[in-house]
Design a protein around this ligand. Sequence first.
Ligand code: TYD
Length: 203
Amino acid sequence: MSRGRFVVFEGIDASGKSTQARRVADERAARFTFEPGDTPLGVDLRRWLLDASAPMSPVTESLLMLADRSHHAATVIEPTLAAGDSVVSDRYWASSIAYQGYGRGVDLALLRAATELAIGACQPDVTILLDIPVEVADERRLRDHRDRFESADVAFHERVRAGYLELAAADPAHWRVIDGAGDYETVSVAIEAVLAEIGWPGG
Ligand code: TYD
């Protein structure tokens, strides 16, 4: 049996990636999943990770994200791909490099090593970055009820965005950058072009 496809969507908060990831998965009957929190263990980790009233160090935050990811890869992503089904994930390892590494200043080399430990060889076929300016994301977001990350300052989100762009530029074979500031239809068309390019057109 051939292995399923594995596509990841990344971007800063309010980039529109969650809506697009769900659409792509629905149209292909693929398994939609997300990080952090799409396992029973992950539900508890997510609650702690997003709780703005429970401060933790950037390293603690990184290790909890990695614990979530390791469990997610082992119990959801890998088994689904091995069964021949495809997976579309809203966030994966690049979120840790962008948010905890570029955003919070955690050592990038150590984060990369820990990521390798967490996911082994479970790599996406392609990572689609929906890139939007921080001001556009800020306008899109509700201004109340912000979680720990959404309440971070503009400079933090600028570093995260720049981090994503660096990751994409460093590995063009596995990344595609799409302008996420356009309307839903325009972004959808651009995403479909990428998926057709990797041989996974919609139905
Ligand atoms: P998510 O549920 O994708 O929120 P949103 O839809 O608002 O983007 O992710 C929750 C938050 O967790 C988000 O602000 C990014 C952050 N995050 C990290 O900081 N590091 C990580 O490794 C992951 C997976 C998420």
